[in-house]
Design a protein around this ligand. Structure first.
Ligand SMILES: [Zn+2]
Length: 174
């Protein structure tokens, strides 16, 4: 799985174009080891809610879902572990009547644009490593620490105006 395009399309959403190297192997049905290993590394993923026709839990849904859909939830999970607040949403779509088979459009909400870029790259690397069953190369704690540093950079780049209003809100809540 490869991210071929990242687009900031409004203040709180990025759109990713994701392609599968083998267009016939896009489902966790073809790679059941990916969700299995991913849930071990990120147990909190089983708390994720996901709308699906069958009413399955996200964990059950992951036995047969598109790998980019799993990737979408991982980007949200990584951001959530750093932010520790709020709920972010996402969506994965495809239309192979228009696009080549194996191409997906993944939409993810974000609060911090530097953090979301980092989370996309880390999530991509994790999915690729799990696909190779290379769990040893992933250190979740270290990745989250690095993402936390990126989040600080993102905060420092926010326009002064909005930082001031957040400070005022915080002061007002005290
Ligand atoms: Zn979902």
């Amino acid at each position: 799985m490869k991210v071929v395009e990242i687009l900031f399309y409004d203040d709180h959403h990025v759109k990713l174009v994701v392609e599968m190297p083998d267009p016939n192997c896009y489902s966790t049905k073809h790679a059941p080891h990916i969700p299995k290993l991913l849930f071990k590394l990120f147990p909190h993923l089983s708390e994720h809610r996901c709308e699906n026709e069958n009413g399955f839990s996200f964990r059950r849904e992951c036995q047969s879902t598109e790998i980019p859909h799993l990737f979408e939830h991982l980007i949200i999970e990584l951001q959530g572990q750093v932010l520790r607040s709020g709920t972010l949403k996402g969506e994965t779509q495809w239309n192979w009547r228009v696009d080549p088979k194996g191409r997906f459009h993944v939409y993810v909400e974000y609060e911090n644009e530097v953090l979301v870029l980092g989370a996309i790259r880390v999530a991509e690397r994790i999915i690729q490593a799990l696909d190779r069953r290379d769990v040893e190369s992933i250190n979740v704690k270290e990745e989250i620490e690095k993402l936390r540093m990126l989040a600080d950079v993102g905060d420092s780049l926010k326009p002064q105006e909005s930082i001031r209003s957040v400070e005022m809100e915080m002061a007002g809540n005290r």
